[in-house]
Design a protein around this ligand. Structure first.
Ligand SMILES: [Cu+2]
Length: 352
């Protein structure tokens, strides 16, 4: 009997070794992939509203870990087939915990993330092609292709890192000069009295561009009032025009709590006959909030729309202009309630 014990132990160890050889490679095959959500220029003014990269091939059982490197809020959200894209306030409803599995049977959502350095991981147990969306930015989509482990993957992590860096550089550097040209074309010409007609107090409110990739849509927005300081005379009107792919606000005084695109204009804002919003400010203590100033996504001509479902909650009509008539001399600082932390602020100097 005594002689049998070592042989039994050896036997057990041999079996353990065989089992380990069979199991360990499968465990090691579950890869965690890495991607980022958004990118920005040094002064935070240019924001890439993009999943970087926005198309990834992985194996069933793998996970993807997304890092959020910017203060501009984003979400990593996978909706169920046919689910209407909700506002970020509603979510799945709500958010799902880190490391949630997604197999298209239930919505997975990181929630609104605006803390630099946050990460969110999703695991994908089942093969399929899954659309990735940001609930904050309608022009920010991607796709995850989950293949059976027997199928080869087209790319490795190094490829995706290089692709993400390329896409980030392209979006932020704007090397074709398109955004700079757009800013010059859109900018009000206040160079002389010759142009001093009704439009000389126009302020371009953000600008941006869309980029379509095979995986979805990426965009870049310049989160700035292009003429941050303007001097006018009492009784004159300033107009803010937004043609940006992102929405903005023009907000004087107290900012409404928990501003969302659905937050209505303040009670002292009325509609001009052409649909633009308008307020009259008679004191530096007045609180005025324009509400969301942006084109509705469906009104953008020739712009590729993300595949359904994308019926994101939008203002009924895209209001793109906001006017304020200033009655009293003084200094009137204002912000975009969404992007003031990125430096989107301005001031109106009202002279007698
Ligand atoms: Cu803004």
């Amino acid at each position: 009997m005594r002689l049998l014990i070592p042989s039994r132990i050896a036997h057990v160890f041999r079996w353990m070794a065989i089992v380990a050889v069979l199991i360990i490679p499968q465990v090691a095959q579950a890869t965690q992939w890495h991607a980022t959500v958004g990118a920005q220029s040094k002064n935070k003014g240019h924001q890439a509203l993009a999943f970087l990269p926005n198309e990834i091939w992985i194996h069933a059982g793998d996970s993807i870990n997304w890092t959020f490197p910017v203060p501009e809020p984003h979400s990593v959200t996978f909706l169920t087939p046919g689910q209407v894209r909700p506002s970020f306030v509603i979510g799945c409803p709500g958010a799902t915990p880190d490391d949630s599995p997604f197999d298209a049977s239930a919505c997975v959502n990181s929630g609104r993330i605006a803390t630099v350095g946050t990460t969110y991981t999703v695991t994908f147990p089942k093969a399929g092609n899954y659309r990735l969306v940001c609930l904050i930015h309608v022009n920010m989509t991607g796709i995850v292709h989950v293949l059976n482990p027997s199928e080869p993957l087209p790319h490795d992590q190094d490829f995706y890192n290089a692709q993400a860096a390329d896409q980030q550089r392209d979006l932020l550097s704007d090397h074709d000069g398109g955004l700079a040209r757009k800013i010059r074309e859109d900018a009000p010409d206040d160079s002389g009295e010759a142009n001093a007609h009704a439009h000389n107090h126009m302020i371009v409110t953000g600008t941006g561009e869309l980029v379509s990739t095979p995986g979805g849509i990426q965009s870049v927005s310049v989160m700035r009032f292009m003429q941050p300081s303007i001097a006018i005379h009492a009784g004159e009107t300033v107009e803010w025009d937004s043609s940006d792919v992102s929405g903005h606000t023009v907000t004087f005084g107290q900012e409404p709590a928990n501003v969302t695109p659905q937050t209505p204009p303040s009670g002292n804002v009325f509609a001009d006959p052409d649909g633009a919003r308008h307020a009259i400010i008679s004191s530096t203590a007045d609180n005025v909030h324009s509400g969301f100033i942006a084109q509705a996504a469906h009104e953008r001509n020739g712009v590729p729309q993300a595949p359904a479902p994308v019926a994101q909650v939008q203002p009924p009509v895209g209001v793109t202009r906001f006017r304020v008539t200033f009655m009293t001399p003084g200094l009137y600082p204002y912000i975009c309630a969404f992007h003031d932390e990125l430096g989107m602020k301005g001031e109106v100097i009202v002279l007698p």
